[in-house]
Design a binder for this molecule. Sequence first.
Ligand SMILES: *[C@@H]1O[C@H](CO)[C@@H](O)[C@H](O)[C@H]1NC(C)=O
Ligand SMILES: *[C@@H]1O[C@H](CO)[C@@H](O)[C@H](O)[C@H]1NC(C)=O
Length: 506
Amino acid sequence: MWYFTITTTTLWSPLVLLLLLWSPPPSSASTFNHGETVKNLIRNLNLFPPHDINILANPNVVPTDKNNKIVEKPLRFPNFSGEGEGISLDDLAHRAGYYPLQHSHAAKMFYLFFESRINKKDPVVIWLTGGPGCSSELAVFYENGPFKIANNMSLVWNEFGWDKVSNLLYVDQPTGTGFSYSTDTRDIRHDEDGVSNDLYDFLQAFFAEHPEYAENDFFITGESYAGHYIPAFAARVHKGNKAKEGIHINLKGFAIGNGLTDPAIQYKAYSDYALDMGIIKQADYDRINKVMLPACELAIKLCGTDGKIACTTSYFVCNTIFNSIMSHAGDINYYDIRKKCEGSLCYDFSNMEKFLNQGSVRDALGVGDIDFVSCSSTVYQAMLVDWMRNLEVGIPALLEDGINMLIYAGEYDLICNWLGNSRWVHAMEWSGQNEFVASSEVPFTVDDSEAGLLKNYGPLSFLKVHDAGHMVPMDQPKASLEMLKRWTQGTLSRSGDDAEVLVAEL
Ligand SMILES: *[C@@H]1O[C@H](CO)[C@@H](O)[C@H](O)[C@H]1NC(C)=O
Ligand SMILES: *[C@@H]1O[C@H](CO)[C@@H](O)[C@H](O)[C@H]1NC(C)=O
């Protein structure tokens, strides 16, 4: 989940562009307007977080440990008996906790852990929601978590929760998002170094607390802006393993759903996808590609992998493309072009806030007085400088070392569309590139019907998921669970019902 500024569409003349590219970052006045726009986009999801960010002077929470250890408690949601799935909650470790981030001034990272409903030896899978700045609880309750929130505010099991094939971890990050908080503004993160070091420190603390899971296979997953977090996090874990830093983490792979990873390719795909899908007309397409796209491409080139002002500038320059497309698209839901945004709402995730703000639920989570910040506009803006950086560059080294990557994409998402995802995956240079490009597309079959199209070679897989938008596990819960199961068990490439039989035999 992430948002864009929908400002008035400006047709940048080359002169204006030059000024923009070399001008200092936006004035505080325009930053303020930008912040308002970001808040409106959060409201499109029917979310009304009480603060912009959880940076608090005197938070009242369960005291944390002096030695930077995790403080964790068993989690039992009120009024949820867990009946109906043939398992007892008493046999399952569900936990909520805080980790005092080691390389921060005063940050505490909130996390949830759900033990596999089937087998403790299942892989450990961590999920990261995007934004940047949205809480991973969005995924817990609307995508792949163990339960869903019924309209009467009680929980019901999710038949296709990813805890059916994995031990599932969710974290609220970067600091200030969800229930994660700090007392020090210096803990606000601005780049993938900050993000990936925090996540790595958390993992170390988690496996120190739970050595019983440290031998399991480990996979990183997530969506949307996590297309930035995940390659950086995977590289950080791999680096730690190679340097024998701390506990060895059994990293086997990472998966990104509808992600933003290589912005130059992803932004170029906007107009192509929009034209293909009938969202814009040929004349709009020609105008975008003639005027806006070259400016965006130049801006992204100046940003590179570690630019600063140039990167923030390129965010504003390039998003004129998206804004222009949306000005022609009317009220379509840019996360799922089959749908419309009704009134001001593109989705209604308000039950999550209602549920998590109940006193009894907050007690169960051990969050004290910390308010739930579903999506943080301040975290979003703090990460603008990171947005246009290319995170593809670190991936080939991971593939060469045998770490698997799955890129999957719901076919009806505009904002991080499958076309851009597919193009950067094909364009990526690594030792298996030719073979991957030459390999044929095969159906990804679930229940005897084609749920997607798969391409695979060696450690690299690309899956285009049918009948899904930006949030694949929400739109295609069963197919997404099958995808995770086959991918983590190494049978995804043996797609179709053979794989089903094989998995059943295991
Ligand atoms: C739990 O059930 C009690 C009694 O039915 C009710 O008063 C309370 O609001 C419920 N709590 C939640 C969190 O649903
Ligand atoms: C709440 O809704 C769920 C799902 O529809 C239902 O199973 C449950 O019985 C309801 N609980 C109450 C207390 O009405």
